[in-house]
Design a protein around this ligand. Structure first.
Ligand code: HPA
Length: 242
């Protein structure tokens, strides 16, 4: 079953007819919220609010391990993570929708594996291509069907937050090859891989990253881009199911 992890702006999914709410409790502690099983436009889907609902967990305090575990328990075989991001590549203006194909992880101190030698014995996983390419292709086709332009590929740089970055940090990330910056893409993607769940990211650019323009980042402008972007994201998800 397809699951959506909703990020900032997508804490509930209007139009979802709830069939069942699964418990948020897992052997790894509580997930951000209960996993909602419902139908969207007549199709079965699971939904989880990454930052909790209504409580707003900061990116570094999200229990990513519990979230992915709860989704797997509820029957998720494929997960699309929806993320609001900053655009590092100047061609990615606010409103752009991107399906990235690579990740650089700049986070620190997050519980990032099930194979930690305590919960499960140590094991190394291959993560050369962090997103499931067939699921990325499905997203791109759904975008076409929904009449939305989705940018194919790009490197998602995941920072610790919750503060936004300095201009120098973004300049360094650009030199590293990052096109996008967000705070919640990792360890979500690698935990999905550890659980053998297909995973792709649908990123909505909500601001030019720090120093990309000569203006400070406006949180009010971000909110406006999120509200219009979420409707487009829901159209893409609908097209993916149908
Ligand atoms: N940086 C990090 N995370 C973000 C940004 C940003 O500029 N915008 C939205 N999420």
């Amino acid at each position: 079953m397809l699951a959506i992890i909703g990020g900032t702006g997508l804490t509930t999914m209007a139009g979802l007819d709830v069939i069942k709410r699964h418990s948020a409790e897992t052997p790894l502690g509580a997930a951000s919220a209960s996993v909602v099983h419902g139908t969207y436009e007549g199709y079965d889907i699971l939904f989880l609010a990454r930052h909790g609902h209504p409580y707003k967990l900061p990116p570094h305090r999200i229990n990513y391990r519990a979230n992915l575990w709860a989704l797997k328990q509820a029957g998720a075989t494929r997960v699309v993570g929806v993320n609001a991001v900053g655009g590092i590549d100047p061609s990615l203006s606010p409103g752009a929708l991107v399906v990235p194909d690579q990740i650089i992880d700049y986070t620190v101190g997050r519980e990032c594996t099930y194979f930690d030698g305590r919960f499960k014995p140590l094991k190394h996983i291959d993560f050369s291509w962090p997103y499931t390419s067939s699921l990325c292709s499905e997203l791109l086709s759904a975008g076409e069907k929904a009449g939305e332009i989705l940018e194919k590929g790009g490197v998602y740089g995941c920072t610790q937050g919750p503060r936004l970055e300095t201009a120098a940090e973004i300049a360094r990330m650009a030199r590293d090859g990052c096109h996008l910056v967000g705070m919640t893409g990792m360890p979500e993607a690698s935990l999905a891989r550890e659980l053998e769940i297909d995973y792709a990211c649908l990123a909505l650019v909500v601001n030019p990253a720090a120093g990309v323009t000569n203006r400070e980042i406006s949180l009010t402008e971000i909110d406006a881009v999120i509200s219009s972007g979420i409707e487009r994201i829901k159209r893409v998800i609908g097209a993916m199911l149908g």
